[in-house]
Write a protein that binds this ligand. Structure first.
Ligand SMILES: Cc1ncc(COP(=O)(O)O)c(C=O)c1O
Length: 369
C-alpha cells in the first residue's frame, strides 16, 4: 500500500463520499443560546423529536449503578436486554437484533445485502435510509407522496416500484410527516415484493400501530425500533429490530462486539420495567399533540398535518427562514425541513413539548400574525 508522498497524485486520495451531504441535525440549544443571547435554561427545544419528560428515578439509578462497573465489558450477547425486549414486544429473543440506535441497524442492513442494487424509498422520509444506501452505491427509487393525501404512500406504487428491488424502507409513523401507513397496507407490500421490507417504527408507541408481531410470519420483514423516543434514552443510543431468525443471527454476527454500552443496556432494561410510567407520559404527549395541532390550525399562516407521532409537520405561507429567525430570538428551536426531498414549499417540523413549552411556541407564533 502506498502512502502520501510516495508518488501518488493527490486526487487518488479523494474519498468517493466527499460530496455526500452530512446528516443535518438542526440547531442545538447551546448554539442558539450563544448566538441570540438567550440563557440556556430559557431555551425551548422542539427540534429533535425527543421525549421532553424526565427519566424515572429507577432508570437514573440503574445508569449510576452500571457506571460503577464501567471498567468491565458488557456480555456481548446482551441476554438480559434481549429478554426484556422480548417480553415487552412479545417476540422470541432469537428474533431480536440490537444496535446503537435504530440508525445503526439501518446501516447494518444496507451493509449486509449483497449486492445492494435497487432500493425503494417513499418520500418525504427520514434521510438516513438514502444516506446508508448511497454509501453502498445503490440506485435509489424515490416514490413521491401527495400533500393532499397527507403524504401517506400508496402501497400499489411501492409494490410496482419494488420489482427487482433488494430493499424497501418504510417509516411508520413517518418522520417528518407524522403519517402512518396502516399495518394492512404494510403486510400487502411485504407479501407482494421479493425485497426485504424494513419498517422503521421509531415512533410506533405514539401511534399504537405496529407490525412487530407480523415480523415472525414473513421472511422479508424487518421491524426497527428505538429507545430514543418513547423510552427517552436518545443520549444512550439503543435501538433494536425484529427480524426472521436467519437474518437476525446474521445481523448479530456482524455487529461490532460490545457495541451497546453496559450503561445503555442496563438503562434500557430498567426503562422496560417502568413501561407504565412511559405509557402515562405517552398519553400526555398525545394529549399535547392534539392541543398543539388545534392551536396551530388557528394561526393564519400555518397548515399543520395530522400526526400519529410526537411531532407535527407544518406548511407555511411565509418563508421558513423568517419564521425560524423570529423563534430563535424568542429562544425557541424547531426544525426547518423546507429543503427536504419530497416536500414542496416552506415546511417546519415541531416536536410536541410539555404544555408550558407548547404554549410559549403558540404565543410566539400568534405574535407573528
Ligand atoms: C424515523 C426515525 N428513525 C430513526 C431515528 C433514529 O433513531 P435512533 O436514535 O434510535 O438512532 C430517528 C431519529 O430522529 C427517526 O426520526
Amino acid at each position: 500500500m502506498r502512502g502520501v508522498g510516495e508518488g501518488v497524485r493527490q486526487e487518488e486520495y479523494v474519498c468517493k463520499f466527499e460530496h455526500i451531504e452530512a446528516y443535518d441535525a438542526g440547531d442545538f440549544p447551546e448554539d442558539i443560546s450563544r448566538k441570540y443571547g438567550v440563557p440556556l435554561r430559557k431555551i425551548v427545544n422542539l427540534n429533535s423529536n425527543e421525549n421532553p419528560y424526565p427519566l424515572p428515578r429507577s432508570v437514573i439509578h440503574a445508569i449510576y449503578e452500571a457506571a460503577k462497573h464501567s471498567s468491565r465489558y458488557p456480555d456481548p450477547k446482551y441476554p438480559e436486554l434481549k429478554e426484556a425486549i422480548s417480553s415487552y414486544i412479545g417476540v422470541p429473543a432469537e428474533n431480536i437484533v440490537l444496535g446503537t440506535g435504530a440508525n445503526d441497524i439501518f446501516s447494518c442492513i444496507c451493509n449486509i445485502l449483497e449486492p445492494l442494487d435497487r432500493v425503494v424509498i417513499p418520500i418525504p422520509t427520514y434521510t438516513m435510509y438514502a444516506f446508508y444506501a448511497m454509501m453502498r452505491d445503490a440506485s435509489l427509487k424515490f416514490i413521491e407522496t401527495a400533500e393532499e393525501k397527507c403524504f401517506v404512500p400508496s402501497s400499489e406504487e411501492i409494490i410496482d416500484a419494488a420489482e427487482d428491488a433488494k430493499l424497501v424502507f418504510l417509516c411508520s409513523p413517518c418522520n417528518p410527516t407524522g403519517a402512518v401507513l396502516p399495518p394492512a397496507e404494510i403486510k400487502k407490500i411485504v407479501e407482494h415484493v421479493n425485497a426485504i421490507v424494513v419498517v422503521d417504527e421509531a415512533y410506533a408507541e405514539f401511534s399504537g400501530k405496529s407490525v412487530v408481531s407480523d415480523a415472525l410470519e414473513h421472511e422479508n420483514l424487518v421491524v426497527v425500533r428505538s429507545f430514543s423516543k418513547f423510552f427517552a434514552l436518545a443520549g444512550l443510543r439503543i435501538g433494536y429490530a425484529v427480524a426472521p431468525k436467519q437474518l437476525a443471527s446474521l445481523f448479530e454476527k456482524l455487529r461490532q462486539p460490545f457495541a451497546i454500552s453496559s450503561i445503555g443496556a442496563k438503562a434500557a432494561v430498567q426503562a422496560i420495567k417502568e413501561v407504565e410510567y412511559f405509557n402515562k407520559i405517552r398519553d400526555k404527549i398525545v394529549e399535547e399533540r392534539a392541543y398543539l395541532y388545534e392551536s396551530l390550525k388557528k394561526i393564519s399562516f400555518l397548515k399543520p398535518f395530522p400526526s400519529e407521532a410526537n411531532f407535527i409537520l407544518v406548511k407555511l405561507s411565509i418563508a421558513a427562514s423568517e419564521l425560524m429567525e423570529s423563534l430563535y430570538k424568542n429562544g425557541i428551536i424547531i426544525r426547518n425541513v423546507t429543503d427536504m426531498l419530497g416536500l414542496k414549499g416552506n415546511f417546519v417540523r415541531i416536536t410536541v413539548g410539555r404544555r408550558s413549552e407548547n404554549r410559549r411556541l403558540v404565543e410566539a407564533l400568534r405574535n407573528l400574525e
